[in-house]
Write a protein that binds this ligand. Sequence first.
Ligand code: NAD
Length: 350
Amino acid sequence: MNLKILLLPGDGIGAEVTSAAVEVLNATAKKFGHTVEYTEGLIGGIAIHKTGKPLPEDTMQKALAADATLMGAVGLPEFDSTPPSQRPERGLLDLRAGLEVFANLRPVKAWPSLIESSPLKNHLVEGVDLLIVRELTGGLYFGTPRFLDGDRAVNTMTYTRREIERVARKAFGFARQRRWKLTSVDKPNVLECSQLWRKVVTEIGKEYPDVELDHMLVDTCAMQIVLNPKRFAVILTENMFGDILSDEGAVLAGSIGMLPSASLGDKKGLYEPVHGSAPDIAGQNKANPLGAIGSVAAMFEYSFGLIKEAAAINTAIGRVLEAGRVTADLKPKGNPLTTDQVGKAVSEAL
Ligand code: NAD
């Protein structure tokens, strides 16, 4: 198969983890007899510096032309007090909207060899294997009007039936591969958007009678993720709740650097690690690339339907973890490896 992939390394550690992920992508393609055609583009702070825009039109066109996009991270501290519309993060939001990737998948897995890295008690974390499906192109992050006017600020949370239906169908589909259990998370006691969310998800649930559906308030869910994470198989939720809950999920995985993500629409896929640009460790070759490498596995699975390739990468990640060949954030017993070295270790394990 010929894979057309756009690389968007972005800012900070984005470039470092993307480079390690590309090494694994190349090794996987070689092993399974695929060819890869890369294009590269600018996004985020580096794009603002070079073109004045967080998402240049050229990048959007390249993303639309590629089969799949692999992104690193965006964000630079120098833009911290810039208005949201001119920040590096705007580039990512516009890319997601332009590609119409409305479902963000964030698997959270407790790797046996990392149980000790989680601050939670071992028995709570052991065996955790859940998938958070976050609605990605609606809600507060996109709703208008939005403005900051002196001492008054406004954001708008908005959802339509269509937006809820399409992400719910994706989540129910994934629940069929994961213990036939779906928990929809909302807050209908306070938010009208959540009232519509619950109504529509319940209706879509009737199309999937084999999937057990339950509903949970977001505040309860925030507690349950740390008290009893094994109760969850698939969590479906709206944009901002999903953003917050998936970072909480990172605690279960031992390090935020471990978490991959896939953003899917009806046509395109965007793959990126969950973490940000980590300015505190950028340029030091010590970022954990396993979230980015896991995102490559997700790309093989979801964009190309190449399940064996995805499984091979995940098995290789497991071997590298077991051998303790990991970066400093995972607190290895011996000397920590660099970002590059972990990329090489996973490629060798393949
Ligand atoms: P962050 O995820 O960048 O970092 C949080 C902490 O986790 C830091 O201490 C960092 O060193 C550590 N960390 C993150 N990734 C790591 C990795 N791969 N290996 C080892 N340690 C890792 O979040 P933040 O500090 O809140 O944000 C920094 C910048 O990134 C901000 O500009 C923010 O807006 C942006 N951001 C971007 C994305 C994205 O591109 N998807 C996501 C979150 C934050």
